[in-house]
Ligand binder design. Structure first.
Ligand code: GTP
Ligand code: MG
Length: 317
């Protein structure tokens, strides 16, 4: 694909995404309030909170979910393997401006991640530089991992066990939001010093800033897709890739050039994947069978391919 041609077509693309008056309220299931209550009830024994965000959307959930902001904090930006790290310094600066200094980028899928290794020393330093409420006599540490669904809270716990204890996984992990259902009993992640961690169910903030924030959260897989609609997520994905100049989808799906038209892109994807349906059509000259692209299957594939990192690394915030 010629760069000049790509740039020419991009100039006429949408400058803003039309959310069509969508409401985010119903994307966030009510049972999360229960999770939040359980987490608050467990706070008493917690020395430090590890808050995990998806590194691609560091700002799309309120930093340090307010109601739990009573303990020292470490912000972990996970899934760094999917994020465009050329923007790392910009993100760190913006976080520092809002008073967030303890930040760690991680990749919990890696067998050994040097950044995960740094977590224990960082946490010990953070705790030691803060008053430990009335738990001074206790030399064991207890941490609580919090974050929106599907960001990798359980994966971080397993990764810490791998790194510090050479032990296997203790917490169930899955590709869909909502894998961890309740605040778990303590899981040990380090021997020297003894550190335990409380895994928690993913909790979305009760109030999401805007529909666009909600859509970014959906694109990164933190909200069940069917609640938002795969067609709109796919369209927002296309809009985002174009906005960021990430055009690898053009070659991957054998398009002529970048496109701002989701129907056109999904049609190509469906044809490439062989996801077409034969349907009967009634015409003036009788019934005929025509082949139509399966748009839903194409949208599903487009979103999944992005989430695997196969359409390039992005920074959506
Ligand atoms: N690419 C990538 N994927 C990751 C990383 N960490 C976790 N995942 C994947 O993200 C998905 C969710 O991981 P979990 O650890 O179950 O996430 P969780 O936050 O515990 O999710 P809930 O319990 O549902 O709230 C899984 O498919 C993991 O394999 C990472 O660093 N990079
Ligand atoms: Mg979990």
């Amino acid at each position: 694909m010629k760069l000049s041609r790509a740039l020419r077509s991009v100039a006429s693309f949408r400058a803003a995404f039309d959310f069509g008056g969508r409401e985010v309220a119903h994307w966030f299931p009510g049972h999360m309030a229960k999770g939040l209550r359980q987490m608050k009830a467990n706070l008493k024994s917690v020395d430090c909170i590890i808050e995990i965000h998806d590194a691609r959307i560091s700002f799309s959930n309120p930093v340090f979910q307010e109601s739990l902001d009573v303990r020292p904090h470490l912000l972990v930006l996970n899934k760094m393997d999917l994020a465009d790290l050329s923007s790392k310094q910009r993100v760190l600066k913006k976080l520092e401006k809002s008073g967030v200094r303890n930040v760690l980028f991680t990749d919990c899928l890696k067998q050994r991640d040097d950044n995960v290794k740094k977590l224990v020393p960082m946490v010990v330093e953070i705790i030691d530089s803060n008053p430990r409420f009335n738990r001074d006599e206790n030399t064991n540490y207890c941490l609580m991992v919090i974050g929106v669904p599907n960001v990798g809270k359980s994966s971080l716990i397993n990764s810490l066990r791998r790194t510090n204890l050479k032990k296997g996984r203790a917490s169930r992990v899955g590709g869909e939001p909502g894998i961890t259902k309740a605040v778990l009993t303590k899981i040990q992640v380090c021997q020297r010093p003894i550190i335990h961690l409380l895994d928690t169910p993913g909790v979305l903030p009760p109030k999401i800033e805007s529909v666009e924030t909600g859509m970014k959260l959906a694109l990164c897989g933190t909200i069940l897709d069917h609640l938002v609609g795969e067609d709109i997520i796919a369209d927002y994905l296309l809009y985002s890739l174009n906005r960021l100049g990430k055009f690898s989808y053009v070659e991957k799906y054998d398009l002529q050039e970048p496109s701002d038209d989701i129907q056109h892109v999904l049609k190509r994807i469906a044809v490439r994947l062989g996801k077409t349906q034969r349907v009967k059509a009634i015409t003036g000259v009788g019934n005929i069978t025509i082949t139509v692209p399966n748009y839903s299957a194409a949208a599903y594939d487009f979103i999944r391919t992005f989430r695997k990192g196969e359409l390039g690394q992005v920074m959506l915030d």
